[in-house]
Write a protein that binds this ligand. Structure first.
Ligand code: HEM
Length: 357
């Protein structure tokens, strides 16, 4: 069967595709940053819960406070790129979502469960001292599962040649295990999240003036250690990921396409500086290096998707039916929405400070 025959016809765009591309990349970058904080902090806190005897753990208590916010932000910053992804790649993402429909729909219920467990972890922190690690562990396991469903969908959407699997899995119970990059790609995201979580905890400790100086320094050091070790593992995972890519995709990053090669080299330099600043325990330069590396990796990932889909489609081929007013309205609502989020964050910050006092 010709896979191209399975790709539905796209709808026209109202404004040139570059606008949506820019917004997709920007919002996905934000999604990844908060996803890293969410998964990374939960993982580090779980390790602490498991290693330390049940009882007092300031770091875990801190994570219990931050985790519920991190989940809320991950979800909200996930919806935005999802909208832009549908605009640019709707004919691909809708199809792959249907093929793995049972798992895709389960994401909503998984999210509710993970979020509820994170709230239990936070509000039963002292009351369920012995059992609270279960709340956190289950919440993290579900979040990891959601991430896995996302990697399945993102790899499936860019491989129409696999879509015929639908005819053998009509119930929507299909996962993309035949994709050679699936597990290593997933690992690439999750190991990076541990690095990001460690760095976030180090940064957070920097601002916690109520902590004794010695504790604060110990927390910063510990967060940077997580960051550094996870980055070392990430370098190995990244190399394996690169070599698991199909040759035509890999080649664009090693000289086949100058922009892809430049961005890829840039992200490698970024990773090098992450390691360097991590080893030297330089907190803010490490934060800068990590954010830059994530941004470059987001661009690299997007070029990889374009290379996967090159035989079938490029977003620049989408028909255009100009109509600018919806976009203007969107930006207006975006500005108002960001203002409301800023107010909410201020209120949340004040209430956390009161809670701590
Ligand atoms: C526990 C919650 C979540 C986790 C752990 C998570 C994790 C991830 C990961 C690892 C990826 C990259 C997958 C890949 O490329 O292989 C991803 C992509 C993505 N996520 Fe999330 N995600 C979560 C929730 C959400 C939610 C609720 C949404 C909103 C519907 C969302 C929207 C997206 C979108 C649109 C992409 C792909 C963007 C693109 O391909 O350009 N995520 N997510």
């Amino acid at each position: 069967m010709n896979p191209a025959a399975l790709i539905p016809l796209p709808d026209p765009l109202q404004v040139p595709w570059g606008w949506f591309q820019f917004l997709l990349l920007l919002t996905f970058f934000l999604h990844l940053v908060v996803m890293n904080i969410m998964i990374g902090c939960a993982f580090i806190a779980l390790v602490k819960e498991l290693l330390a005897p049940a009882g007092r753990s300031d770091l875990c208590r801190e994570v219990s406070r931050q985790l519920t916010y991190a989940i809320a932000f991950t979800v909200n910053f996930g919806v935005a790129p999802f909208l832009f992804l549908q605009v640019l790649y709707g004919q691909f993402i809708y199809t792959s979502s249907i093929i793995m429909g049972a798992y895709w729909l389960a994401v909503v219920f998984c999210l509710i469960a993970a979020y509820s467990l994170a709230y239990l972890y936070r509000f039963q922190f002292d009351a369920w001292e012995g059992g609270r690690r279960w709340f956190l562990g289950l919440s993290l396991a579900i979040m990891l599962l959601i991430g896995f469903f996302f990697t399945n969908n993102m790899t499936l959407m860019q491989s129409p040649e696999r879509w015929a699997a639908y005819f053998n899995h009509l119930g929507g119970f299909f996962l993309n295990f035949g994709e050679p990059t699936l597990l290593i790609r997933y690992l690439h995201f999750m190991v990076a999240a541990v690095a990001g979580g460690g760095l976030f905890l180090a940064g957070l400790a920097h601002f916690q003036n109520r902590l004794p100086d010695e504790d604060r320094r110990a927390r910063i050091k510990n967060g940077l250690l997580w960051f550094t070790y996870a980055t070392v593992v990430e370098v190995a995972v990244g190399i394996l990921f690169l070599f698991s890519l199909p040759r035509p995709v890999r080649e664009i990053f090693i000289g086949g396409d100058w922009l892809a090669t430049l961005l890829f080299l840039g992200s490698l330099v970024g990773a090098f500086y992450c390691l360097l600043y991590g080893i030297r325990q330089k907190l803010w330069p490490a934060v800068g290096a990590l954010l830059l590396t994530i941004l470059l990796m987001v661009l690299v990932r997007d070029l990889a998707r374009q290379a996967y889909l090159a035989p079938y489609f490029h977003p620049s081929q989408l028909p255009l039916a100009p109509q600018y007013s919806p976009m203007l309205l969107f930006f207006l609502i975006l500005i108002v929405g960001l203002g409301i989020i800023a107010v909410m964050l201020r209120l949340a910050w004040q209430s956390t400070k009161e809670e701590q006092a």
